[in-house]
Design a protein around this ligand. Structure first.
Ligand code: FBP
Length: 243
């Protein structure tokens, strides 16, 4: 399957929550991967983010939206130090039509070295296939007291840059004046905002305006879109802000 090229800018729609959080994030409509993939198609988002099971069963190139296939995953059922290891190869991602691969690194966890090692290998393999690599850079673990502290978010940006990620997905820092420093810390790595729990529509749009003004390239959002009562118009509005 020949993949569509990923634009390193704009709005990516995340839908890996069934595994990461469990189906409690969903309602009768958005529990269906078909419903969310259809949203992505109708709103012409810049990418959809899936894990391999949903991609295998529901995605093909007729969707017309580039796929970012996330290669590692974990559940919330395990309560130990955060660790998420690879469950899908780059080769399989290519076979499933991916335009890019993604991977979450929990820097600060006692298992960070395992994730950094896997990310390093994946990045080298992705380069061979000509695929961009997206890092979910989420410092976490018992040593991380506040994962949204500005210095922690900036460190997360730097980790992605030092590891060769093309795009990094970050939490919104608690001090907005740090947004510019976060972007600088990422160097040439494009910075995307991670959506988080559902805020009011206006509250979330305000965050998106601020990060774009600070030099972020886009957003990778899930719940703030598909948990809304009008997800297509939400996406269109967010796209008009990111450009
Ligand atoms: P949301 O916009 O819904 O927060 O999705 C972004 C995302 O990074 C998902 O890709 C991932 O499943 C989830 O957030 C991880 O959330 P958590 O911070 O709870 O690990």
């Amino acid at each position: 399957m020949k993949a569509n090229k990923l634009r390193l800018h704009g709005v990516y729609l995340a839908y890996d929550h069934g595994m990461e959080h469990g189906p409690s994030d969903f309602n009768e409509e958005n529990v269906s991967p078909r419903f969310v993939i259809d949203l992505a198609r109708k709103a012409e988002v810049d990418a959809i983010i899936l894990l391999k099971g949903v991609a295998k069963a529901y995605y093909d190139k007729s969707v017309g939206v580039p796929l970012i296939l996330k290669l590692n995953q974990k559940t919330q059922l395990f309560k130990g130090e955060p660790v998420s290891l690879q469950t899908c190869s780059v080769k399989e991602a290519v076979r499933l039509g991916a335009s890019a691969v993604g991977y979450t690194v929990y820097a600060g966890s006692r298992y960070e070295s395992l994730m950094l090692k896997e990310f390093g290998r994946i990045e080298e393999e992705a380069v061979k296939y000509g695929l961009p690599v997206v890092m979910w850079s989420y410092p976490r673990g018992k040593e991380i007291k506040d994962d949204e502290a500005p210095e922690v978010v900036a460190y997360a940006a730097r980790v992605a840059m030092e590891m060769g990620a093309d795009v990094v997905k970050l939490k919104y820092p608690t001090d907005e004046s740090a947004l510019g420093w976060v972007v600088k810390s990422a160097g040439k790595t494009k910075v995307f905002l991670s959506g988080g729990k559902r805020l009011g529509d206006e509250g979330f749009e305000e965050h998106v305006r601020k990060v774009i003004a600070a030099g972020f390239s886009g957003i990778a959002v899930g719940r703030n879109v598909w948990q809304s009562s009008d997800p297509i118009n939400r996406l269109k509005k967010l796209k008009s802000i990111t450009g």
